[in-house]
Design a protein around this ligand. Structure first.
Ligand code: DAH
Length: 340
């Protein structure tokens, strides 16, 4: 027997008045609007209704369904808002407190400056090529004209990993690798880590960063080297920067030299940063030694080249007035976030 519309309506009103919790609302919804609910029963009963009355009866059922749906929705809404109010009162949230700050990761200062250096050299036509941190004695020493008895190969300064395998002591280890893999003209810049067994202090570390720039072609001259260095340091520090070179010895260049720039802090007048000399040492450089070109399979009768290498950490320290190299590896967020 089919329950009448009026009965269902009054049944619903009665149930609604006693419905309180979320679970009860759900049960009410299933009882009246579910697939096997009372409204559905009414729909099924339509078959037995006189066809002439069916449309009117169908409309009545639909109206009832809509009313019930709306009332259940309203109950649901008022119930969740009262639950929310209760929860807010219970949890006692202080809405005047400042929000939590979200920390976004940033590039490390060293990486930022490396990017800048690569950009400057990129515009001059140098492309980036990185060498391995772990390398053989051959590429780190031998091929750079540092034979077995060379003092730079002292075990005390170099971290050996196995026989003839070491942590590279400089980024110059890329030079011969690059020449082996490509023919001149070669214009390569190579940033990376270098390792030396030194006492850790404010000024030196066992692990630091270097950048090597390397150019091999026909007719590359000492003048090209000077002009490139000057342009590079002007763009990195200041358009008024001047460079000065002093003869020095590195086995893989001839002639070799030390490069200074006039002190960026006192502009050459003399201060504590430049130890009153007015100059800061910034790089080692020179014309690639014929022996090194030969190791790379490049004919020194036909080609010449220049190379320079420099400590990146020191450049960053000068540029930003940082006085302790250890700051770079301590990962103190108070230091790092100053260079966002
Ligand atoms: N590799 C040297 C060092 O670590 C720096 C250097 C000096 C690199 C002279 C060069 C150069 O390319 O020509 O001290």
């Amino acid at each position: 027997m089919q329950t009448s519309l009026i009965d269902i309506r009054s049944q619903f009103d009665k149930d609604l008045s006693t419905t309180k919790t979320a679970a009860e609302v759900e049960a009410l919804k299933i009882k009246f609007l579910g697939k096997k609910g009372l409204i559905q029963d009414l729909m099924k009963g339509l078959k037995e209704v006189d066809p002439a009355e069916r449309p009117a009866r169908g409309k009545e059922i639909n109206d009832l369904k809509e009313t019930i749906t709306r009332q259940i929705d309203e109950l649901f809404l008022s119930q969740s808002s009262s639950e929310l109010k209760e929860r807010l009162a219970r949890e006692d949230i202080d809405t005047s407190l400042p929000g939590r700050r979200r920390f976004l990761g940033k590039k490390h200062l060293i990486s930022q400056v490396v990017d800048e250096m690569l950009q400057i050299l990129g515009k001059m036509g140098f492309s980036v090529q990185v060498g391995p941190d772990i390398d053989s004695e051959f590429y780190n020493f031998e091929a750079l004209n540092m034979g077995p008895d060379h003092p730079a190969r002292d075990m005390q300064d170099t971290f050996y990993i196995a026989d003839q395998v070491l942590l590279r002591t400089h980024t110059s280890n890329v030079q011969v690798r690059v020449m082996e893999s490509q023919r001149p003209p070669i214009r390569v810049v190579s940033p990376g880590k270098a390792f030396r067994n030194e006492d850790i202090s404010a000024r030196s570390h066992v692990f630091f960063h270097q950048l090597e720039a390397f150019y091999v072609d026909k007719n590359v001259t000492f003048g090209d080297l000077l002009a490139t260095l000057e342009q590079f340091f002007k763009q990195l520090f200041h358009p008024d920067v001047q460079i000065r070179v002093r003869p020095s010895y590195f086995p893989f260049v001839e002639p070799g030299m030390e490069v200074d720039i006039n002190c960026i802090s006192c502009k050459g007048a003399g201060c504590s940063l430049c130890k009153q000399t007015g100059w800061l040492e910034v790089a080692g450089a020179g014309m690639v030694h014929p022996e090194v070109l030969r190791f790379g399979g490049v004919d020194p009768e036909e080609y010449t080249g220049f190379a320079w290498g420099m400590g990146i950490d020191r450049m960053v320290m000068l540029k930003y007035g940082i006085t302790d190299i250890r700051m770079f590896t301590e990962n103190d967020i108070r230091f790092l976030e100053q260079f966002a």
